[in-house]
Design a protein around this ligand. Structure first.
Ligand SMILES: NC(=O)C1=CN([C@@H]2O[C@H](COP(=O)(O)OP(=O)(O)OC[C@H]3O[C@@H](n4cnc5c(N)ncnc54)[C@H](O)[C@@H]3O)[C@@H](O)[C@H]2O)C=CC1
Ligand SMILES: O=C(O)C(=O)COP(=O)(O)O
Length: 525
């Protein structure tokens, strides 16, 4: 039974879903990194929010971990490249808390416009400072939206409802989408120059880090009010403090900080500064959404192989997964066969599907083929990290889907470029379930690729099979299955044998020394 650790505070429905789906679950929150390192090795899945930092050290200790599920959106607390290299799927729940976070941004816009927290504190202190708290209307003001994705779009629609004008800066926002959203697409400098309010809704990346730098804050309109419900690190906090102190910035509201938990900050106590402790996603509705989703996604992956919302792997629905699974096994076996036989540095790999295989999602199949091929470099390779390893090695991967009907109801073909030209292997599923090789380097040969095998490439000649059989037999090596194929009578032939134990080197050399032998290889599946 797979085992999952919930390491951040999550709605209890998450644990219930894991149990209902047959996944064992522990809920231990507030672990320090060294405490997490000690226990993470026993888990197949890890469910987190933003508090758990999944660093290289944690991943190195996570020797059984197959998937990390983020109950929320931002995954900057997970070292995704390292998780990918270790073959761990990283998933998030990209929509579950977006309305809630957008609403928090709108709440902070109003809180700034009317200085609600300070007015509240003053009133409750018995001061009744009616004249101190002069606010501004948001109607007809320009909201500068940095990042117009899921949350940014919801903020824009709410702001338009409040009769604000919305100017959006997002390099990936198309003019058509901007029209559909009812926003003006602008450059960052245009936004800084015209916005009365600025709200940030981008992930934290190398491009967005410090996007509101001291230099950019200086380009803003005097009296600007700034909201950040996205990620700390997008704003230069020291420059923000200076802007508030010198009156250029009329107000700022931060839900997120460069260092969290932010228990101290030069910003604390600054007039017109509002803060909340990373509450953007904290509503009962959003927390139920993300908890249910993450538990379902992780259980699907661990129990059926279904992949949803993964950031480092193609999606595969839970319905599709059982259909694709036998093809994944076939794809991996064909990849492994090619990897073991073509010893060149492979630079071009093509994966072709036809018949019923052509109706499937080809991406996971390609991942499995690559995993099979790359296994000769590393035994920790899997469908998640294989495409990354292939890319790292500069391998060009092509996927081809044929509509044509061939000799088989479905066919998967893997072709690699070698110094001796293109070499290709093909296979099918028997009874829709058992992977079967049907062609090896242009020669028709039907074989199961299982366990230990011996590949012999020879010139077709009488008595050859008998000599191989007697070499193995006299050494007490049992032959399980025997598969033959040849180009034409007397031409190039292939012998694929399954053997019950490893064939020692001296026997391999004996077979190599037989007349008409071109190549002998020991294979393992
Ligand atoms: N405070 C909180 O509790 C929460 C914070 N968030 C954060 O909100 C942020 C936005 O989330 P979503 O809208 O769901 O993400 P999203 O991926 O849907 O949208 C992000 C947008 O940023 C844009 N973008 C990327 N690079 C950019 C750049 N250099 N300049 C301008 N725009 C750029 C993208 O094109 C995309 O449209 C994320 O950082 C997420 O972690 C999300 C949920 C809760
Ligand atoms: O979903 C996100 O990106 C968030 O920032 C929410 O963080 P949280 O789950 O509340 O720790």
């Amino acid at each position: 039974m797979p085992k999952v650790l919930i390491s951040d505070k999550m709605d209890p429905q998450a644990a219930q879903i894991f149990r209902d789906r047959g996944v064992e679950v522990d809920e231990i929150t507030g672990l320090k990194p060294d405490e997490l390192i000690k226990i993470i090795g026993q888990y197949d899945g890890l469910a987190i929010r933003s508090a758990t930092k999944v660093t290289k050290e944690i991943i190195d200790a996570a020797t059984n971990l197959k998937a990390i599920g983020r109950a929320g959106i931002g995954v900057d607390n997970v070292d995704i490249p390292y998780a990918s290299a270790k073959g761990i799927v990283v998933m998030n729940t990209p929509f579950g808390n977006s309305i809630t976070t957008a609403e928090h941004a709108i709440a902070l816009i109003f809180a700034l416009a009317r200085q609600l927290p300070e007015a509240d504190a003053s009133t409750q202190a018995g001061k009744w400072e009616k004249n101190r708290f002069m606010g501004v209307e948001v109607t007809n003001k320009t909201l500068g939206l940095i990042g117009a994705g899921n949350i940014g779009s919801i903020v824009a629609s709410r702001a338009l409802g409040l009769k604000m004008k919305v100017a959006a800066y997002d390099p990936f926002l198309t003019p058509e989408r901007a029209i559909e959203m009812g926003v003006e697409k602008v450059t960052l400098d245009e936004l800084l120059a015209k916005a009365d309010f600025i709200t940030l809704h981008t992930p934290l990346t190398d491009q967005t880090r410090n996007i509101l730098s001291a230099e950019n804050l200086a380009k803003t309109k005097k009296g600007v009010r700034i909201v950040n419900c996205a990620r700390g690190g997008l704003i230069d906090e020291a420059a923000l403090k200076a802007g508030l102190d010198n009156g250029h910035i009329a107000g700022a509201a931060l839900d997120v900080f460069a260092v969290e938990p932010a228990t101290e900050s030069p910003l604390f106590g600054t007039p017109n500064f509002i803060s909340t402790p990373h509450l953007g996603a904290s509503t009962s509705e959003a927390q139920v959404n993300v908890a249910l989703q993450v538990a379902e996604q992780l259980s699907d992956y661990l129990m059926t192989g279904g992949v949803t919302n993964a950031l480092n792997m193609p999606s595969l629905s839970a319905e599709e997964a059982p259909k694709v699974k036998p093809y994944l096994a076939l794809a991996e076996k064909l990849g492994s066969l090619v990897g073991q036989l073509a010893h060149d540095n492979l630079t071009n790999i093509s994966v072709e599907v036809e018949g019923s295989a052509a109706e499937l999602n080809i991406k996971p199949l390609t991942g499995a083929v690559l995993a099979g091929i790359m296994r000769r470099y590393s035994d920790t390779v899997n469908m998640v990290n294989a495409p990354f390893l292939a890319k790292e090695r500069g391998i060009d991967v092509r996927e081809v889907r044929h509509d044509r009907e061939g000799d088989y109801h479905s066919l998967l073909r893997v072709t690699v470029e070698t110094s001796r030209g293109a070499r290709s292997v093909a296979g099918t599923l028997f009874g829709n379930a058992s992977p079967r090789l049907v062609e090896l380097f242009g020669i028709k040969v039907e074989a199961d690729l299982d366990g230990r095998m011996l590949y012999i490439n020879n010139n077709d000649s009488p008595g050859f099979i008998g000599s191989v059989g007697s070499i193995l037999g006299s050494a007490g090596i049992n032959i399980g299955t025997f598969h033959l194929g040849r180009r034409e009578a007397g031409g190039e032939a292939i012998l694929l044998l399954s053997v019950d134990e490893e064939v020692p080197q001296e026997l391999m050399r004996k077979i190599e020394a037989l007349p008409n032998v071109r190549l002998v290889r020991s294979l393992k599946f």
